[in-house]
Design a protein around this ligand. Structure first.
Ligand SMILES: NC(=O)C1=CN([C@@H]2O[C@H](COP(=O)(O)OP(=O)(O)OC[C@H]3O[C@@H](n4cnc5c(N)ncnc54)[C@H](OP(=O)(O)O)[C@@H]3O)[C@@H](O)[C@H]2O)C=CC1
Ligand SMILES: CC(=O)C(=O)O
Ligand SMILES: [Mg+2]
Length: 757
C-alpha cells in the first residue's frame, strides 16, 4: 500500500477519536423521569415482559436489529492469521458497513482462541444479546466446523460472511460476466486459486448454479488439489480433488474461461492470462492486493473481463454488496436462520440490479461517471441505494416462504416504503405527492432538457409513471446523454423533446412572448431570439399557452437569471407584490418549511404575511398542519427596531387577513421550536409544540438558516418551491440532485393539478 494511503488510513482510524464506532442512546435521558423509565424502577417492566414472553425482546430491546461481527483473527482479509486483536479494525469496519448501508446496529467481538470448541461456546452463549451472528475472517477448514456447530445450537441467523457473502456476490458477478462473454456456465473451464472459506463456498454455490465439477480445477498453497494428495487435505477441499497429472497453476491455465482468485497476492501471472480462452473472466479477489492487478491483465489481453475486491478498479466484487442487506431482510422478519433460498434471492437481486442503469446517487458517489451493464459494470456498486430497497424484501419473502420467519411481514408495501425512507429520507413526506401525481400525470416541461441530471431524473419519472416529461434542448445531445447512461427513454414514445431552434410552435410562442414583453422594450426580432435560445422563457410561455402543465428550470445557470423570466412571463398572482420561495427541509427530527429562501431580499410586512399564507397552503398539500413562527432576533418585543417591528406587523396582517392560520411571533428560532421556552416567556401561544413553518425577516436570514440547518443537521431539501405564481413554475438550484429533481417534478405536478381544481 502506498505510504500516503497507509498514513491517511492510520490518521482516519486515530482522529478525532480512536476507532470507528461509538454507542449512541436512542432515548432521551435528561431528567429524573427519563432515568426512572430507562433504569430502575421502570426498566423492570420491560424485563418482566421479556421473562414472560421472550419474543417481545424485539419490542423492548435493540436485539431485533443487532448483529455481532465475530472473528478470531485467523484469516483477516488476505493478511493471514494476524490474531484477534489485530482483526479489530476490520471487524469495526464491517460493523460500520452494516449501519451505514442498511441501518443494522452491529458490535464487533474478537474472540481470542484458535480452539473450535472454545470459540463455539463463547459465541453460542451470546444468543440473548443478538438478533444475528456474522462470522468474519475465520480460516478454513475450522470455519466450516464453527459455522456448522453454531447453526445447530443457535436459533438466530449464523452466517459466515467470507463463505456465503462472498459466494453470493461472486455468483452474481460470474453469471453476468458469462452473459457479457456469451458463455454458458455448464460448458466453461474453471480454475480456482484458494481452497479456503471463500473459495469452497463459492465453488459449492456455482456447482448448484450449473458449473460442472469435472470442469473445475482448484489450487492452493500446496499446488493443484488432486486425488491422492496428502498435504493439507480435509473433507471440504477433497470434494474438489480431481484425477490429474497437473501439479501447479502453470500446468492448468490453457483455455481457461474463468479464473477465480480467493487466495493471495500475485498468484496469477501475465503468462497464465495469455493462455486463457477468448473473453476470459478473471476475478482476482484477494484483499487488499489481488492475485493479479487489472492493468497487468489488460496489457496482455484486450478481451479480458476483470474484477477485483478493490474499490479503485471497475467491478468490485466484495461481500459488502450482500451482508448488510441480507441481514436487514433476515432481521426484519425475525429469521431463525439464513437458508439457501434467502441466499439465492440475493444472488438474483444483485445480478438483476446491474442490468438496470446505475442510480443517480451512485453516479454522484463515483464522480459523475455513468454506468451501464457491460465489461466494466458486471455488478452494482456498494453505494447503490437500490441494494437496500431490492434485496431485503426478497430475503424477507424467501424467509417467509421457507418457514423461518418468526415475525412475518404483513404489509410489503409499507415495508418497501420504510426501506425507501432509509435511503431517500424524502420517501415518506413525498409519498402522498407521488401517489397523487401518478394518478393524473401532468405534462412537465424541463428547460434544461440536455442536462444529465434532468435526463436521469426523467428516467425515474417515466419508470414510476409520475408525469409526462417534455425536454427542451438539442435532440442529438439529449439522445447522446440517454445512450451514455444506458437509459430506456424513447423520444416520441415516453418523452417529448422540443428543439427550441426548430420548434413547430415557434410562431405562436414568439408572438405570445412579444405580447407580454412589448411594453418592456422588447422588439419582435429580439422576441424571436429569446424564444429560440432561452429555454426558461420558452418553458414559461409553453405553460402560459397550455402546451405544458408546469415547468421546471434552474438546474443550470444562476437563480436570479431564471427568476427574471418567471417574474416577467409567469408573474405573481393578482394582489401579490411578488412571488416567494419555500424550501422544505427533511431532518431526522422532522420536516420543516422555510420561507422566503430565494426571492425577496427585504420583503415588506405584507409580503411576509402573504408568503406565510401561501406556504401554509402549500404545506396543506403535503398533508401537514402548518404552525407558523415569524422569526426575529427579538423575542415578543424584547428588541425594538425596524426589523422586529416588521415581523410584529406581519403577524398582525396575518391575523387580520388569514385568521385561520396558526401563527406566532416575533420570536427567536429556539422559542419557535420549543414549547418549553415559549412557556417560560408567556402562556397562550397560538400553537402548541414546535413550529414547522419558519418565516424569516429577510432573504439573508432565510437563506443562511436554510443552508446552515441543511449542513449541520444533515437535512434533505426539497425545493425551492415557488408560491404566489400565476402558473405552476419552479426554479431549482444548480446543486439540485437527481432525486431533488424527481421530487420537484412530482410537486410541480401536484401544483398544476391543484390549480386545475
Ligand atoms: N472480495 C471479497 O469479497 C472477499 C475476498 N476474500 C479474500 O480471499 C482470500 C481468502 O480468504 P478466506 O477464504 O477467508 O481465507 P482462508 O484462509 O480460509 O483461505 C485462504 C486460501 O488461500 C490459499 N492460499 C494462500 N496462499 C496461497 C498461494 N500463494 N497460492 C495459492 N493459494 C493460496 C490457502 O491455501 P492453504 O490452505 O494451503 O494455505 C487457502 O486455501 C483473502 O485474500 C481474502 O481477502 C475473502 C472473502 C471475501
Ligand atoms: C471482503 C472480506 O470479507 C475479506 O476480504 O475478508
Ligand atoms: Mg472477510
Amino acid at each position: 500500500m502506498a505510504d500516503e494511503l497507509s498514513q491517511a488510513a492510520l490518521d482516519y482510524h486515530r482522529y478525532p477519536t480512536p476507532g470507528k464506532l461509538e454507542v449512541t442512546p436512542t432515548k432521551n435521558m435528561v431528567n429524573q423521569r427519563d432515568l426512572a423509565l430507562a433504569y430502575s424502577p421502570g426498566v423492570a417492566a420491560a424485563s418482566l415482559a421479556i421473562a414472560e414472553n421472550p419474543a417481545c425482546a424485539a419490542d423492548y430491546t435493540t436485539r431485533g436489529n443487532l448483529v455481532a461481527v465475530i472473528s478470531n483473527g485467523t484469516a483477516v482479509l488476505g493478511l493471514g492469521s494476524i490474531g484477534a486483536l489485530a482483526s479489530k479494525p476490520v471487524m469495526e469496519g464491517k460493523a460500520v458497513l452494516f449501519k451505514k448501508f442498511a441501518g443494522v446496529n452491529a458490535f464487533d467481538i474478537e474472540v481470542d482462541t484458535l480452539d473450535v470448541g472454545r470459540f463455539v461456546d463463547a459465541v453460542s452463549l451470546l444468543e440473548p444479546t443478538f438478533g444475528g451472528i456474522n462470522l468474519e475472517d475465520i480460516k478454513a477448514p475450522e470455519c466450516f466446523e464453527v459455522e456448522k456447530r453454531l447453526k445447530a445450537i443457535m436459533k438466530i441467523p449464523v452466517f459466515h460472511d467470507d463463505q456465503h457473502g462472498t459466494a453470493i456476490c461472486v455468483a452474481a458477478a460470474i453469471r453476468n460476466g458469462l452473459r457479457v462473454a456469451g458463455k454458458n456456465i455448464g460448458e466453461i473451464k474453471f480454475v480456482c486459486s484458494g481452497a479456503g472459506a471463500a473459495a469452497i463456498a463459492c465453488l459449492n454455490l456455482l456447482v448448484e448454479m450449473g458449473l460442472k465439477k469435472e470442469n473445475i480445477t482448484v489450487n492452493d498453497r500446496f499446488g493443484i488439489i488432486y486425488k491422492g494428495r496428502v498435504d493439507e487435505m480435509n473433507p471440504y477441499n477433497s470434494a474438489y480433488a480431481i484425477e490429474t497429472e497437473a501439479r501447479t497453476l502453470d500446468d492448468v491455465m490453457d483455455d481457461v474461461d474463468v479464473f477465480l482468485g480467493l487466495s493471495a497476492p500475485g498468484v496469477l501471472k501475465q503468462e497464465h492470462v495469455k493462455r486463457m480462452a477468448a473473453n476470459p473472466l478473471i476475478l482476482a479477489l484477494a484483499n487488499p492486493e489481488p492475485e493479479i492487478r487489472p492493468e497487468l491483465v489488460h496489457a496482455v489481453r484486450g478481451d479480458a473481463i476483470m474484477a477485483t475486491g478493490r474499490s479503485d478498479y471497475p467491478n468490485q466484487v466484495n461481500n459488502v454488496l450482500c451482508f448488510p442487506f441480507l441481514f436487514r431482510g433476515a432481521l426484519d422478519v425475525g429469521a431463525t436462520e439464513i437458508n439457501d433460498a434467502m441466499k439465492i434471492a440475493v444472488v438474483d437481486a444483485i445480478g438483476d440490479l446491474a442490468m438496470r442503469e446505475a442510480a443517480d446517487t451512485v453516479v454522484a458517489a463515483y464522480g459523475g461517471k455513468a454506468f451501464s451493464f457491460g465489461r466494466e459494470y458486471l455488478i452494482p456498486k456498494p453505494f447503490d441505494p437500490r441494494l437496500m430497497t431490492i434485496i431485503p424484501p426478497r430475503v424477507a419473502k424467501a424467509a417467509m416462504d421457507t418457514g423461518v420467519a418468526t415475525r412475518p411481514i404483513e404489509d410489503f408495501d409499507a415495508y418497501q416504503r420504510q426501506l425507501e425512507t432509509f435511503v431517500f429520507r424524502s420517501g415518506m413526506t413525498m409519498k402522498p405527492v407521488f401517489e397523487l401525481a401518478k394518478r393524473n400525470q401532468q405534462r412537465i416541461v424541463f428547460a434544461e432538457g440536455e442536462s444529465q441530471r434532468v435526463i436521469n431524473a426523467v428516467q425515474i419519472l417515466v419508470d414510476d409513471g409520475i408525469c409526462k416529461p417534455i425536454l427542451l434542448g438539442d435532440p442529438a445531445s439529449i439522445q447522446q446523454n440517454i445512450d451514455n447512461y444506458g437509459l430506456r427513454l424513447k423520444v416520441g414514445e415516453n418523452i417529448e423533446v422540443i428543439d427550441p431552434r426548430n420548434n413547430p410552435e415557434y410562431k405562436k410562442h414568439k408572438q405570445a412572448y412579444y405580447e407580454l414583453m412589448c411594453r418592456k422594450g422588447i422588439t419582435p426580432s429580439y422576441s424571436k431570439r429569446v424564444i429560440a435560445t432561452r429555454n426558461t422563457a420558452l418553458a414559461a410561455i409553453m405553460v402560459r399557452a397550455g402546451d405544458a402543465d408546469a415547468m421546471l428550470c434552474g438546474v443550470e445557470g444562476n437563480y436570479i437569471s431564471h427568476l427574471r423570466y418567471i417574474r416577467d412571463l409567469i408573474g405573481a398572482r393578482p394582489g401579490l407584490a411578488d412571488v416567494a420561495a419555500v424550501t422544505m427541509l427533511i431532518l431526522k427530527r422532522g420536516t420543516y418549511f422555510l420561507t422566503d429562501t430565494h426571492v425577496s431580499v427585504n420583503p415588506t410586512a405584507t409580503q411576509i404575511a402573504d408568503s406565510t399564507a401561501l406556504a401554509a397552503e402549500l404545506m396543506a398539500g403535503f398533508g401537514m398542519e402548518p404552525k407558523a413562527a415569524l422569526l426575529s432576533h427579538s423575542n415578543f418585543g424584547s428588541r425594538q427596531n425596524e426589523h422586529s417591528e416588521k415581523m410584529r406587523q406581519a403577524l398582525q396582517i396575518l391575523r387580520d387577513k388569514y385568521p385561520q392560520i396558526l401563527a406566532e411571533g416575533e420570536m427567536h428560532a429556539d422559542a419557535a421550536l420549543s414549547q418549553e421556552i415559549r412557556d417560560r416567556l408567556f402562556k397562550n401561544s397560538a400553537f402548541t409544540g414546535e413550529a414547522n413553518l419558519l418565516v424569516c425577516p429577510s432573504l439573508n436570514a432565510a437563506n443562511i438558516a436554510y443552508n446552515m440547518t441543511k449542513m449541520l443537521a444533515d437535512g434533505l431539501p426539497v425545493g425551492p418551491m415557488l408560491v404566489g405564481t400565476n402558473y405552476p413554475a419552479h426554479i431549482l438550484t444548480e446543486s439540485t440532485t437527481v432525486r431533488g429533481i424527481v421530487n420537484m417534478a412530482a410537486y410541480a405536478s401536484l401544483d398544476a393539478m391543484h390549480r386545475k381544481g
